[in-house]
Unconditional design. Sequence first.
Length: 705
Amino acid sequence: MSLLARLHLARCPQRRTLATATSVPQTLIEKIVQKYAVDLAPGKVVRAGDYVMLRPHKVMTHDNTAAVLQKFTSLGVKRIHDPRQVVFTIDHDVQNKSDKNLAKYATIERLARTHDVDFYPSGRGIGHQILIEEGYAFPYTLTVASDSHSNMYGGVGCVGTPIVRTDAAAIWATGQTWWLVPRIVNVELKGKLAPGCSGKDVIVALCGYFNKDDVLNAAIEFTGDGVQSLTVDDRLTISNMTTEWGALAGVFPVDNTLLNWYDALAAKIEKKSFGIPHPRVNKDAVDRVRRTRIVPDAGAYYYSHLVFDLSTLIPHVSGPNSVKVATPLPELEEKRIEIQKAYLLSCTNARAADIAAAADVLRGKRIAQGVDFYVAAASSIVQAETEESGHWADLLAAGARPLPPGCGPCIGLGTGLLEEGQTGISATNRNYKGRMGHPAALAYLASPAVVAASALKGYICAPEGAPASSLSTSSPTFRTLDTPSQAPAASTSSSASEELYAGFPPVFGGELLFTPQDNLNTDGIYPGKYTYQDDITRERQAEIVMENYDPSFASITTSLREQGRGSVLVAGRNFGTGSSREQAATALKAAGVQVVLAASFGDIFRRNAVNNALVCVEAPELVELLTARFAKDGKRNAGGKDGELTVRPGWTVEVDMRNGRVAVQPEGVEFWVTPVGRSVQELWTCGGLEGYILKKIDGEATASA
């Protein structure tokens, strides 16, 4: 059985029967994936739940290109398979002018020149914005990036989804990587936004009100009459933050609003280039999209159907320190929550329309004393446009502090980070504890206008003169429709019945360590400030693991390793949500974690774990027992030392991979789980995907010798 087939069995104990083109209607996402899937069986129709091999339209890497290069080099491959498929951008740590960082950037540029890869240097802007501006992410294509916010491409009708560094290296080497087509959710938008509301309010409300894993590890298709009322900028913001909502993609339909936007963009580019059309964003390319519309088939299957009436929405603020908490702006305004820092930057909300909205609030005024307001355009093109319009000057005249186009404070890098005890409000996409600075700071998310108004007043508030309708205290209207009954046909085939792959341990075990928190994100597991230290050792990763969640965790695992013992980490729902950084997996493995048991996993973390030989198994019943015994509301109430968030009850756990038995001692409790399949077992024995590819290359070389 092929690796791809075994991957399917590993994830899907119930496997779908082979669909045929004449019998199975497809969603929009399934149709686009079908275009980029390779090596399909004749007549095979791609459906959610299928593992497919993809040849993406484009693959983007940014500052992490240097880390991908290390993996690529280790594969022994001399040339990039398809240089036209690959794009490099420099955007995350652009304020860092150290010799070491500049040398890394020079290495990435040399790599691009050597392999004839499109390259965008520091200062050009954030990679996701560049991919939109330069047409690499384009309607009805499938484009991936080694960054979790590649979901943003869905704003222009492109299936954008994150991959990890190992996958990027595989694409450089072969042009392909694997993907599990996720379950697909229909999010129907109805009505029209009231004045004062924006796309940021839409996605903040969706994250806050549908906060029970409604779209976890799913792909979203936005539908409904409300879509046409949203600007393309609104759509890009919403798609971008479907990542925070837990989804792997968030795709809007291609409609006249989008096509007219592309017409204007293509004309503007051509005018500025003295009549020379852009190679990707041009009239002919847009007309081809017009002629070949792709829409979902009637009767296409969606896992669930969520409905949101946009006309009932008022401005909302996310946080503090969680995208799962959304509060109507009037409620927070009454509390007069003072801020010390405000941010208008990132791939989420730093386009021309966002800067204009903030400038309208601040024009002719000064930001409050004691508040630092940091601004950075999403790209050099955006900055030039706002300078030409005068909006950039309005912000600077109000006292805003400019930063270069790039990520910076959004990921906790460079100037302006939140300090201990400070509160900040930001138009970025994440407000996880410690992400934008000190773990003992508070971060809120809001629209550009609200961020600017808060910087002006010194506390979280609405802009002066905001429409009365936007200050209503009514709750937005959401509902979940019944799941359609026409679920795809399936045949049973359990991975548990397969024999273990040779060399894979039959039992994993160690001391039980419980982290009693749902949605424990990658910033909590592996702080963002270490992400681009490419020479960091595994030993050092073990020393800083869980630093933002529980600084005592590393000392616990170090003590266990010194005793020659391993550990079993047990976590709550959606463990590993957030960034695509694979160090979240490698750091746990370096710390001696033998296996991670969780109620559920963030898909990007699970992918990193599989690719780096860290075993992950869903064990919701065990989590339920531990939560009832030791924790409440994500806080330890027994079983650990004072000051520790990690529960250490002195128990041991053994997970039998032959039959799925989980034994907890000395409690004498047993649970049953679905063990990992032979595909994951094989990757584990190879040390991960990188080792598997090496094994495959060596095998092909031996066969041809």
